[in-house]
Write a protein that binds this ligand. Structure first.
Ligand SMILES: Nc1ncnc2c1ncn2[C@@H]1O[C@H](COP(=O)(O)OP(=O)(O)OP(=O)(O)O)[C@@H](O)[C@H]1O
Ligand SMILES: [Mg+2]
Length: 570
C-alpha cells in the first residue's frame, strides 16, 4: 500500500491578518505603565515620521521599529525618503481586581483591551514605599494571577453569551448546510469555553484553521499575544538582578508558556529621555554598563505578533513594510497598494542577506540571485521586493471628460441643496471659473475633479458626496457624528458602521433638536482624532440609532485608505 500523502495544513494565526496592528500596555494600577509609555514616546523610537492620519493623542503613539537592515539599506541607497516600519502603542488605564464585574473602570477598560491586537503586560517588581500598591504590598505573582483571572473571567462571560445565541439558532434543528455550519461553530465555541474554564488562556490552545476562523471574530482577550515587561528599579535593572524575578519567570513558564518576558525599568527609561542629546544618554548608559530595553520590547512584540518585514528600495525611497508571517506575495503587494493584490502579476525578489553579502544590486544580479516568483510565493522576512502588477484601476483618459458650464452650475445648486452647511464655502469649493472634470468610475459613479484634485463623487441617482480630501479642507461642510476608538479599525477596513460604535461613551450623535434623518450624508469623525475618517449616507435616523442601539448606520461609506482615497488622478 502506498504511504499516505502527508497533508500539509497551513497554520492559521489567531488574530487579525492586518499589517497595522496595535498593542496596549496593560497592568494593575500604579505599576509604571504610563511612565513606560511616556519614555517610549519621548525616546528616539517615538519620533513619528510623516504618517498619514497619525494624529497622536496622549494615550496613543506610533513608534518606529528599530531595524539594522533598514538602517543599512538607507546608508546604501541614500534615498530621498526613508520610511521605517512602525508599531502603534496604547497606554491603557490600570486594571483593578474585579474589573470583569465592573469594579474600577471595569468594563470600559476591558473594551480598550479588546480593541488592541496584543498586550504588553507590565508587572511591578520595584519596591518603593512611597508608591502605593493597590493591593497593599509588592507581590508580582499575585498581580499576575489577578490580571490573568480578570481577563479570563471576561472571556468566559463573553463566550457564554456567544454560545447562548448560537444555541438559540441550532435549537431550531434541521439538516441545511447553514445549520451544519452553525452546529460546527457551536462545537468550537463550546470547546473554547471548556478550555477557558479549565483555567487556560485561548492563545495557548492548539486550534485548527476552522476553529481559528470561529475564534477570531470573538476578539477574545486571552487570545491576544502577550509580552511580559518586568518593571524593575533602575538599580536592579542595571545589575539585572531582582528578588522577585525567579518566581515571576516560574509563574509565566507554567501558566503562560512560550510568552516573552523582558526585564525593563520604566524609571530608568524615563530618566534616559531627559538628557538633552542622545550622546549624553549613550554616555550615561556606557557609564552604567547598560542599555535601553525599549528597542528589545518593540522587537519582542513584533515577534509575538508574528510580524515580518519586507523592503522596497531605490534612490527615491527605502521603505520597510510589515506583514504577518506566511503572507503570500499578492497579499504583501496589497499592503503597498490595495489594488495590487487583485492585479498582481509577479514579484521580483532577493533577500536582504544576499544583498548585504554580495555588496550591491549589480552583484546580486550577476550572481543569478534575483528570482521571479508568482502568486504562490511566500514572502520571507527581509525580502526586497519589486512588485509587477497590472494597472486595472488606473483611469484611462477616455473616462475623463470636461463638464459643461451649465452642468457645472446645476451641480453647484445640487451641492447646496443636498448639503446646506456647505453654502458658506461654495465659492471656495467650486470656484465659478474653475474647469470641472468628470471621471467615470465603476458602478455608475461619477467623480468630479479640478485638475487632479478630487472634489466629490456622485452615484447615478444619489446626491453628490464630498471626497474625504475635500472634507479635510472643509470639515464643517457636512453634519458630523463620532465613532468610538474601538470602531476605528473596523471602519478603516471597510466594515459596515454599526450603531454600538456611536452610542458607546466614545461615540457622539447630535442632540434630539438637531437630529439627522435617514438619508443624510454625514462626516464621520473618530474619538481622539482630528480628521474625518469616513463619509456616507445614514441608513437610520440619529434618534432611531440612539433608541435601538443596534443595526446598520452606514454601509456604503468612503473611508480613509479605500480605493477612492488612493486613486491616482494624474
Ligand atoms: N521601575 C520603577 N522604579 C521606581 N519607580 C517607578 C518605576 N516605574 C514606575 N515608577 C513610579 O511608579 C509610579 C506610578 O507609575 P505610572 O503612573 O507610570 O503607573 P501606571 O501603571 O500608569 O498607573 P495607572 O494605572 O494609575 O495609570 C510613578 O511615580 C512612577 O514614577
Ligand atoms: Mg497610567
Amino acid at each position: 500500500m502506498p504511504p499516505k500523502k502527508a497533508v500539509v495544513q497551513e497554520k492559521v494565526l489567531l488574530g487579525r491578518p492586518g499589517n497595522n496592528l496595535k498593542s496596549g500596555i496593560v497592568g494593575l494600577a500604579n505599576v509604571g505603565k504610563s511612565t513606560l509609555f511616556q519614555a517610549i514616546t519621548k525616546s528616539n523610537l517615538g519620533n513619528p515620521a510623516n504618517f498619514p492620519y497619525a494624529t497622536i493623542d496622549p494615550e496613543e503613539a506610533k513608534v518606529i521599529v528599530p531595524d539594522e537592515r533598514f538602517d543599512w539599506l538607507c546608508q546604501h541607497y541614500k534615498p530621498k525618503s526613508q520610511v521605517p516600519a512602525n508599531l502603534t502603542i496604547y497606554d491603557i488605564a490600570g486594571l483593578t481586581r474585579g474589573a470583569s464585574t465592573g469594579a474600577g473602570l471595569g468594563n470600559s477598560f476591558l473594551s480598550h483591551i479588546r480593541a488592541v491586537d496584543a498586550i504588553f503586560q507590565v508587572v511591578r517588581c520595584f519596591d518603593d514605599a512611597e508608591i502605593i500598591h493597590v493591593e497593599g504590598d509588592v507581590d508580582p505573582v499575585r498581580d499576575l494571577v489577578i490580571i490573568s483571572e480578570e481577563l479570563r473571567i471576561k472571556d468566559i462571560e463573553f463566550v457564554e453569551k456567544a454560545l447562548e445565541s448560537l444555541q438559540k439558532q441550532t435549537r431550531r434543528g434541521g439538516q441545511s448546510l447553514e445549520m451544519k455550519k452553525l452546529r460546527e461553530e457551536e462545537a468550537t465555541v463550546n470547546k473554547v469555553l471548556e478550555y477557558l474554564r479549565s483555567g487556560k488562556d485561548v492563545r495557548h490552545g492548539d486550534w485548527n484553521p476552522k476553529e481559528v476562523e470561529v475564534i477570531n471574530p470573538l476578539f477574545l482577550l486571552t487570545a491576544k499575544p502577550v509580552v511580559f515587561l518586568v518593571n524593575l528599579s533602575e538599580k536592579d535593572y542595571v545589575r539585572q538582578k531582582n528578588k522577585y524575578i525567579p518566581k515571576v519567570m516560574e509563574w509565566i513558564k507554567t501558566n503562560s508558556p512560550g510568552d516573552a518576558i523582558l526585564p525593563i525599568s520604566a524609571s530608568f527609561e524615563e530618566r534616559m529621555t531627559q538628557f538633552e542629546t542622545e550622546a549624553e544618554a549613550a554616555e550615561e548608559c556606557k557609564k552604567l554598563g547598560t542599555e535601553s530595553g525599549l528597542p528589545k520590547a518593540i522587537i519582542k512584540m513584533r515577534q509575538a505578533l508574528n510580524l515580518a518585514s519586507f523592503f522596497t528600495t531605490g534612490a527615491d525611497e527605502v521603505r520597510q513594510w510589515t506583514i504577518r508571517k506566511n503572507t503570500k506575495a499578492p497579499a504583501a503587494a496589497g499592503v503597498i497598494h490595495t489594488d495590487f493584490e487583485k492585479t498582481f502579476i509577479q514579484v521580483i525578489v532577493y533577500n536582504y542577506n544576499t544583498l548585504k553579502e554580495l555588496g550591491d544590486e549589480a552583484a546580486v544580479k550577476a550572481g543569478g540571485k534575483v528570482m521571479t516568483k508568482g502568486k504562490d510565493y511566500v514572502v520571507e522576512d527581509g525580502d526586497i521586493l519589486l512588485i509587477k502588477a497590472g494597472a486595472a484601476r488606473d483611469i484611462p483618459p477616455s473616462n475623463r471628460s470636461k463638464v459643461k458650464s451649465s452642468v457645472q452650475r446645476a451641480l453647484r445648486q445640487k451641492l447646496i441643496e443636498s448639503h446646506p452647511l456647505c453654502e458658506p464655502y461654495i465659492d471656495e469649493i467650486l470656484p465659478k471659473k474653475a474647469q470641472l472634470d468628470a471621471v467615470k468610475l465603476p458602478e455608475k459613479i461619477t467623480l468630479y475633479t479640478i485638475d487632479s484634485t478630487p472634489l466629490f463623487y456622485q452615484p447615478q441617482d444619489g446626491p453628490p458626496i464630498p471626497h474625504l480630501k475635500l472634507l479635510h479642507a472643509f470639515p464643517n461642510m457636512l453634519p458630523s457624528i463620532q465613532i468610538d476608538r474601538g470602531a476605528i479599525r473596523f471602519v478603516l477596513s471597510g466594515a459596515t458602521l454599526m450603531a454600538p460604535g456611536l452610542t458607546s461613551p466614545g461615540g457622539r450623535l447630535p442632540d434630539a433638536d438637531s437630529a439627522l434623518e435617514k438619508g443624510t450624508v454625514v462626516a464621520v469623525k473618530a474619538e481622539g482624532k482630528e480628521e474625518v475618517c469616513m463619509v456616507g449616507t445614514l441608513k437610520a435616523g440619529t434618534e432611531e440609532i440612539k433608541s435601538k442601539g443596534k443595526g446598520v448606520v452606514i454601509d456604503d461609506g468612503h473611508y480613509l485608505g479605500d480605493g477612492l482615497w488612493k486613486m491616482h488622478l494624474d
